[in-house]
Design a protein around this ligand. Structure first.
Ligand code: PLP
Length: 395
């Protein structure tokens, strides 16, 4: 594991070459599907691994210099040996998991993880003969009890969506290591490397939906995984087979967005804390979920592990489903949309968006309050975001 240096400086510079073609300051987008060889001897040298340029590529599905530069930056930010970019966060998670399990293996998953990750593990992996056990949010005793000699992966997020539950990653990693051969995969999308460094807690593989904070502008889909070289090599190999590579245009946008990662996340975290603090005493709000509010059930874990609480605040509006929809409809600055982490403030009534197909009884089974609203704050003026939510809540 590499020790991370300064996040803001790494976010701007890590992975960049000192000299670029034509002396440009910024990265060029290498738009090529394939790469050429001068003659048969040149090709033979490359195939034997004897080329003077270790970064030389053969074909676009195996690598691209624009993408590679951003991968090195993600690795530096996470304090990992290496990293890979993918076409989406789901491509990153599914390729990572598929690279590390086989039929007969077992996976432990926290039940509040991103629902498509849960769907992938409980349906796709199940069809391939990989068993899964779901354990309650942040419950490390349940996680320990679920570990078997066949467990190869423990997958969690921290903070989770939409209740922003934080998991004690150091304790989780210690328990998993002590129990056997499983590897910990953390989806750190909500935390970002600005607010949390899972590698420092012993986590081996760190996944991101780079669509969210890393790219940060709601204009591109991408994913990333960072970790030790030997595991990243395995995952790279499978990425070349499954094909979920990040397009060089998209990689450029991720890399360009990452230059302002620290600035954005610091602003988003302080605005979200201001919103959460204001809502905590609002008469129309029954409950607020934000990792750094003392009332949050995993506040102690968040305080110990996180620099900032991130840009997402969830809150339950008094009056249930209709009242929550009315709040979302009255918001003016915040736009109704799924996703999070970008520069624009977004709002969603959780039951109408991510859980549309469930009635109130079914929502209760998955622990979603019908009055729950999720706000992802952008980088607008803090007072404007607070005013928008307070105005939307009404008198
Ligand atoms: N992980 C988390 C925590 C997410 O919120 C999402 C998407 O919402 C994903 C993974 C999937 O990422 P993508 O949409 O980039 O495939």
């Amino acid at each position: 594991m590499r020790r991370p240096t300064s996040t803001s400086t790494d976010a701007v510079h890590a992975g960049e070459p000192r000299a670029r073609p034509h002396h440009t300051l910024t990265a060029q987008v290498a738009l090529t599907a394939t790469y050429t060889f001068d003659d048969s001897a040149d090709l033979a040298r490359y195939m034997r691994g004897e080329d003077a340029d270790p970064g030389r590529e053969e074909y676009g599905r195996y690598g691209n210099p624009t993408t590679r530069e951003v991968e090195r930056r993600v690795a530096a930010l996470e304090g990992a040996d290496d990293a890979l970019l993918f076409s989406s966060g789901m491509a990153a998670m599914t390729t990572t998991a598929l690279a590390l399990v086989k039929a007969g293996d077992h996976v432990v998953l926290f039940s509040d993880c991103y629902r498509r990750t849960r769907q992938f593990v409980t349906t796709t992996l199940a069809r391939l003969g990989v068993r899964a056990t779901l354990v309650p949010p942040a419950d490390l005793d349940a996680m320990s009890a679920a570990l078997t000699p066949e467990t190869r992966l423990v997958i969690t997020e921290s903070p989770t969506n939409p209740y922003l539950t934080c998991v004690d990653l150091a304790e989780l990693s210690r328990r998993v290591r002590a129990a056997g051969r499983a590897r910990v995969v953390v989806d750190s999308t909500f935390a970002t490397p600005v607010n949390q460094r899972p590698a420092l807690s012993g986590v081996e593989l760190i996944v991101h939906s780079a669509t969210k904070y890393l790219a940060g502008h709601n204009d591109v889909l991408a994913g990333a995984v960072a970790g030790p070289s030997h595991l990243i090599s395995l995952i790279r190999e499978l990425r070349g087979v499954l094909g979920g590579v990040c397009d060089p245009h998209a990689a450029f946008l991720v890399g360009r967005g990452m230059k302002t990662l620290s600035l954005r996340v610091e602003r988003q975290s302080s605005t979200a804390l201001a919103v959460a603090t204001r809502l905590a005493s609002h008469p129309r709000v029954a409950r607020v979920f934000y990792p750094l509010l003392p009332s949050h059930p995993t506040h102690d874990v968040a305080r110990a592990a996180m620099r900032g609480g991130g840009g997402v605040v969830s809150f339950v509006v008094r009056g249930g489903r209709e009242a929550a929809c009315a709040v979302v409809d009255r918001a003016r600055l915040a736009r109704i949309a799924p996703s999070l982490g970008g520069v624009e403030t977004l709002i969603e009534h959780v039951a109408s968006m991510s859980y549309f197909e469930l009635d109130d009884a079914a929502l209760a089974l998955v622990g979603i309050d019908p009055g729950l609203v999720r706000l992802s704050v952008g980088v607008e003026e803090t007072e404007d975001v607070v005013d928008d939510v307070v105005t939307a809540l009404g008198a």
